[in-house]
Design a protein. Sequence first.
Length: 559
Amino acid sequence: FGKNTLSLSGTLSNLWHKERTANLKGTIEISLDEVTKLTNADALADVTISGMANASITVTASAKQVDLTTTIDLLRTDITVPPLIHKASGAPCELSIKALYSIPDKLLIDEFALVLGKDKLTGKAQLVPAEDPWLQISFTTSGFSLEHLNRLPGVNFAEGTCGLFAKVWQSNPSSEDFHYSGEGVVDGAALVVKIMNEPFKNLSGRLEIVDNKALLHEASFSLGESLYRLDAEVTDFSTPRITGQLRIDLLDINKIIDAFDGQEDVSKEAPPAPETSPPDFSLELQVDTDAMHFGKVKTGSVSTLWYTSGRVQQFDPLQIKAFGGTLGGKLELAILEEGITWKTDLKGEEMIIEDISNQLFEGGERVKGTVSAQGTLRGRADANPEEMWQSINGELGYRATKTQFNESPLFKSMLLATRSTGMLIPGLQQISLANLVIDSLKSRGRSLNINQVNFHTIEGTFHITDGLAQTEDSFFDADTVDLLFKGDIDLVKEDCNMKVRATPIGTIGSLMRKIPFLGKQIERLRNATLSFSFNVTGPLADPNVQLTAVERLTPQKKE
């Protein structure tokens, strides 16, 4: 019959009577390209079947029904069952069937067994056009290799097994929708996401499948050195969408970046998809972790909603215990053809400055105190630290309180610069400031200690362009001196080019006590304040400080 060959032998009895019977055995070679035509089963429309199958067959028939037992060798066939499995021609596969066909149109498969390599799947099925559902298939397997599920879009399993019970049904022959449900246990799987270069390993958990939705319970897996525990729901298998809750001992953003980095852009292999096309897969997970690593930064606990769409990772809202305080806001990572980019909108509160300095700046000043900051920053997550710092752009405002600088080269150099400087006050003799200024900088009976400088508040704004942080309003407020910084800091080279105005508090009163012989001539300076101007250049760890001017400032009278 066309490409099909049937060879049978046996006995036919009472052919012209209602009690006719047949007992036959034989072999069949069938072209599966025509199987849907032979069965007239629209339910197989989405299943791609091709190639030749060989089978042994036993038939026992009466006028009302046919009993069939067969074992089919599918070695030469190519079968695809979307969106789960593809069996290529040449791969060992065997199907055993015990079926009953009631004339004219009822087919019951009491038992079938599909053997794929070393794995076996058993089940039963029926096709009854007069019933709803007209098509029903159920199957059970244990220790089934997940590597067979190679048609899942965007992902595949490199290893692992599952135990599974599932069923598939269709309401009527004219329906376009298949329904399916199932339960299974996954153990020791490795899941490969095609846009990542590192798999999710040791995946285990309990799985429920209902129609185009999968529920994953008590799942766990590892990525890099981190252990993840997941309860999730997967919908729309054609473009999977994963939602749920994820618990991690360590969220290592560096590992996630490494997992995506280096992948070739799909646009090189195919024309770019329209902007309205959905991504390959998407995530929407509530994430809680005990710690997080990002670049050189190591934080405490993190809570966030993690979105993934195509090549974009977004954490919004983001709450982090970091640097002894808290960080809140959002973070976005984009895996682009030119590399990994990031942008963040964060607000930090009551963070310990010493912890920030130790993590972000090598050889930074030994600073104590707390700081709050708010800003919007963006850059590239390059492996080269210099290129990463140079890529940073944005704006950062800050306010620090109860800040202490210990053995600060910057402040020590600024104050010592006055030792060798003279000052000419109009109408008075020139006064040497060799030790006078430092000794006279007193407030509330305390002298200024140049090795330990304390500030009530430090606040200002940095505008960052390509790794160059510029400020016009960084103001330092202390008992003994006020400082105003203007200029820039190179985050790559870790050096600065700043102009600083220092205004000591109570200087004139101290000068009057030191040189009372000036008498009435200095009386008119009671309400005046001295101001020192400095240029600060060079490395932050050991800057070059030059005193450029000493001025007398007289406060404006209130009207």
